[in-house]
Structure formats: C-alpha cells, structure tokens
Design a protein around this ligand. Sequence first.
Ligand code: FE
Length: 130
Amino acid sequence: MAKIIKSDEEWKKELTPEQYRILREKGTERAFTGEYWDNHEDGIYLCAGCGELLFDSNTKFDSGTGWPSYYASVNDNSIEEQRDLSFGMIRTEVHCAKCGGHLGHLFEDGPKPTGMRYCINSGSLKFQKK
Ligand code: FE
C-alpha cells in the first residue's frame, strides 16, 4: 500500500484539533462523547486522516465501552498493529496502514465470529451512509 507521509504542519491544517490529537498524537476521546459510539446506521467508516476504508457497520457491535467497536476490519491490509506498553498496560495499538493515523486499540474479548474487539475513537473515523 502506498503510504501517505505529511508533516505535522500539514496535518494540523487538514484536521480538526481533536482529530489531530487522536490521529497524530495517539490521543483518546472520552468514552460516550464521540460521534459514532451509538451510531447504528448502515454504512462504512473511513479513516478521518486519509479516507482509507476501515470498517463496515455490519461488524459494529455495542460493547458498552462508549467507543465505536467492531469485531473485524474490512480489509486486513488497511490496519496495522503495534504493541503499546503505555500507562502500565500491555495493549495492541492499531493505526491506519496508509497514513499512520492512530485509531485505537485491539482486544481479544470481542464477540463471534472473530472474538476480536477493535476499540476505535470516533475522531479517527468518518462515517459514510450506505
Ligand atoms: Fe488513514
């Protein structure tokens, strides 16, 4: 996949302050405050940084966490994983493979059929109705 490389200045111009904080500084939005945690419409979720297709509403589920949660990504190649040891926890950080934007974390306590839970910030996403 062709990577998108931009300077911090360029990202700052394109993104809202909240998107920048999450995508480029690995920030986290407060639970139950984001735009999509309670969104039940049919559609697709694109990377707010670069427009890459990341998730489909048919894999979204109510996790009770207050963040949009999915049991699978649309395409394995669109999301990269990295070990995250911050805050004294061992977690798997996930980011957009195309622009490197931080999305959230991946946990192995999701529902069937995958058992995975992608816990994603609304601020990393852009929803497009089907
Ligand atoms: Fe991206």
